[in-house]
Design a protein around this ligand. Structure first.
Ligand code: ATP
Ligand code: MG
Length: 655
């Protein structure tokens, strides 16, 4: 039997659920146990009851789940509802009508608030405008916008009339935009004259013009342009129209179109960490149910919270946890337009204090970047409004977790380290803050109804504690992707085929500890093989980050005559350690890894750097580091790489 993936890093810290948090939590231990029991005894009833309780249906469903064409599952398919109605209209009664749905802060410090009633009006005007521009149910509408309220309005307007949106992150190049416009056959593109980023204008419209240059290669017939920066742009006669002009004269009355539960809500591309991005699409009802429930359970959202998810709407985190999940719960969301460290590294902390933000959801890459800048920045601000923190995107190194916990959470806020993917629609494995004790670096336990497990290369369950393997999901759930747009074969091939369609295969490796807690070990593609020992990248990286001088680390394998593979580590130092002797530090880091994990994981090669190649969503692209470490030319897809310059810099680093 092929070996499982070795786990050697022992993280023993544990933080109990604070008693006062547990008392007020949306989900307590009793409810958690009951839901888990119901989900395993009668899954159809479990999901059916939740869908009836939490969503507004135009036509109730009879059928909960259809499995006859597995792995193409269908949920609630004979029911009808509208997602925008569920996110906005149903909050128009009572006190929520005039409650803030959205508080936005521009990079220049200007603030705008939209109540649910105001959001409703703006959404309806724009939905009517889209119809007037010829958009029909099922048409694809591309959104390439800055983080402004109109981006959310555009998404909701599409949902209202049954158009399928595809949001393209505003930091992407013309080339990446063009690929997505072609792949989705978008009919309309919504963009802006520019986006503010660190005091400069990102020329969105110019990128859009480049992407649309060859008319026969795409199907975009109309470009709607929001004025945001006042930058000088070209408006193409007959094709381009201003946002304010398309809504002028529109009625604010626009009935929400009842949609079949399985009608696609959006298409969204994965981050491209492991290869060319996949154009995942999601359903209306199942997706909405899962984002709504997970927001309620995992973030414990309450009417009085000011909730901030820092993700751009161009990522799944922005879809599920900026827009759909929180709005479906009638929450107040905070939205920030610009660069995180602008004009200074304390911008986030300043805004938390200014707006009284109570829930903060961000990514390990951001936490490590703040940690690198030093403790003095958060310490200047009153962060006492925070009551819950969240993390998503990559494994959280325990030391970064501790920093987040102490410096940002003041030692009192539970941290929801949420494991999930573009494909899963919502959280899958995450600590419920009133239920599960936190262990730094662990995403803890599967949510009710989610069948997560670990299997070996043959697909057989691995039950031994701490033995790593493939992280798989053994039963369908409502928020799951419905496919890869226009490519059903790639859907089956990428996620199901390897184990004969028995499991959804996430592509990550993980282990479970003796308490049943899950620990993500890295990507299956990145597993290292040193002298017959298979090691996940996360543990070796965490052993490096545990050194006080290190802010971030990435490890990859390089061929080695005797060991099969040797470890090459790329290391970023904290600011105050930039000047230290690199040879001495290298030796100290090797000693530290040896002590924490064992000689097997000691890096042969350590390269100090200021930056790592990351996706635009902030994930380390180890596939590129692997090529660099091996001295190979990079011929892979780099369309989602944040900064080409990083590769050039890394290529010059000596062993
Ligand atoms: P691609 O699929 O194109 O390679 P990607 O997998 O990075 O890109 P996303 O869907 O944005 O695209 O990211 C999902 C991945 O992020 C997960 O498979 C996992 O590797 C990682 N991830 C997300 N949250 C966590 C977490 N809390 N702990 C560990 N890993 C996480
Ligand atoms: Mg992925």
């Amino acid at each position: 039997m092929p070996p499982s993936i070795d786990s050697t890093l022992a993280e023993t810290r544990s933080f109990a659920v604070p008693a006062d948090f547990a008392r007020q939590a949306n989900m307590n231990a009793e409810t958690f146990a009951r839901l888990n029991r119901q989900a395993s005894e009668d899954p159809h009833r479990f999901w059916g009851d939740l869908a009836r309780e939490y969503l507004d249906w135009d036509i109730p469903f009879q059928q909960v789940l259809e499995t006859d064409r597995a792995p193409f599952y269908r949920w609630f398919s004979d029911g009808q509802l509208n997602v925008a109605h569920n996110c906005v209209d149903r909050h128009l009664q009572g006190a929520t009508r005039h409650k803030a749905a959205l508080i936005w802060e521009g990079e220049d410090g200007s603030v705008q608030t939209l109540t649910y009633a105001q959001l409703h009006r703006k959404m309806c005007l724009f939905a009517n405008a889209l119809k007037h521009q010829g958009v029909q149910k099922g048409d694809r509408v591309a959104i390439y916008m800055p983080m402004v309220p109109e981006a959310v309005i555009a998404m909701l307007a599409c949902a209202r009339i049954g158009a399928i949106h595809t949001v393209v992150f505003g930091g992407f190049s013309a080339e990446a935009l063009k690929d997505r416009l072609e792949d989705t056959d978008a009919k309309i593109l919504i963009t802006a004259d520019g986006a503010w980023r660190a005091g400069k204008v990102v020329p969105l419209k110019r990128h859009a013009d480049q992407a649309l240059l060859r008319e026969h290669e795409h199907s975009v017939r109309r470009v709607i342009v929001l004025r945001r920066t006042g930058a000088d742009i070209d408006m193409q006669e007959g094709r381009d129209v201003w946002w304010e002009d398309v809504i002028a004269g529109m009625s604010a009355d626009c009935p929400a179109l009842p949609m079949q539960a399985e009608d696609p809500l959006f298409i969204l591309y994965t981050s491209g960490s492991t290869g060319k991005p996949k154009g995942v699409f999601h359903s209306s009802a199942g997706y909405l149910l899962w984002t709504m429930l997970t927001t309620r359970w995992v973030f414990d959202v309450k009417p009085e919270d000011v909730y901030w998810c820092t993700a751009d709407i161009g990522w799944i985190t922005g879809h599920s946890y900026v827009v759909y999940g929180p709005l479906a719960n009638g929450a107040t969301i905070f939205l920030y337009e610009g660069a995180p460290m602008y004009p200074q590294p304390d911008r986030f902390w300043e805004m938390i204090a200014r707006h009284g933000i109570s829930i903060l959801y961000t990514a390990p890459t951001a936490v490590r970047a703040f940690m690198k800048m030093g403790d003095e920045w958060p310490q200047r601000h009153d962060l006492s409004s925070l009551r819950l923190l969240g993390s998503v995107g990559e494994p959280m190194n325990p030391e970064a977790w501790m920093w987040y916990h102490e410096q940002i959470g003041g030692g009192r806020c539970p941290i929801a380290d949420t494991w999930w993917q573009t494909e899963t629609g919502g959280h899958m494995i995450a600590p419920l803050p009133g239920v599960a004790a936190n262990k730094p670096g662990s995403c803890t336990l599967p949510l009710p109804g989610i069948g997560a497990r670990i299997v070996n290369d043959q697909g057989d369950p691995i039950t031994a504690p701490d033995a790593g393997g493939y992280l798989v999901i053994d039963r369908p759930w409502p928020g799951m992707l419905r496919g890869i747009w226009g490519n059903p074969e790639r859907y089956v091939e990428s996620y199901w085929a390897k184990f004969g369609n028995r499991y959804y295969i996430a592509g990550d490796s993980a282990r479970r500890d003796a308490d049943g807690y899950f620990w993500v070990m890295g990507r299956i593609d990145d597993v290292l093989n040193v002298s017959g020992h298979r090691l996940g990248t996360a543990e070796v990286e965490s052993a490096l980050v545990a050194h006080p001088a290190v802010a971030e680390a990435a490890v990859v394998g390089i061929p080695h005559e005797i060991k099969g593979e040797a470890i090459c580590a790329f290391v970023i130092l904290k600011h105050q350690y930039q000047g230290v002797d690199r040879d001495e530090l290298g030796a100290a880091l090797r000693a530290q890894v040896t002590e924490l994990i064992g000689a097997i994981a000691r890096p042969d090669d350590i390269r100090f750097t200021d930056a790592l190649p990351k996706t635009r969503s902030g994930k380390i692209m180890r596939r590129l580091l692997r090529s660099l470490a091996r001295g190979e030319e990079i011929t892979q897809d780099t369309s989602t790489l944040e900064d080409e310059g990083t590769l050039q810099h890394l290529a010059t680093l000596k062993k």
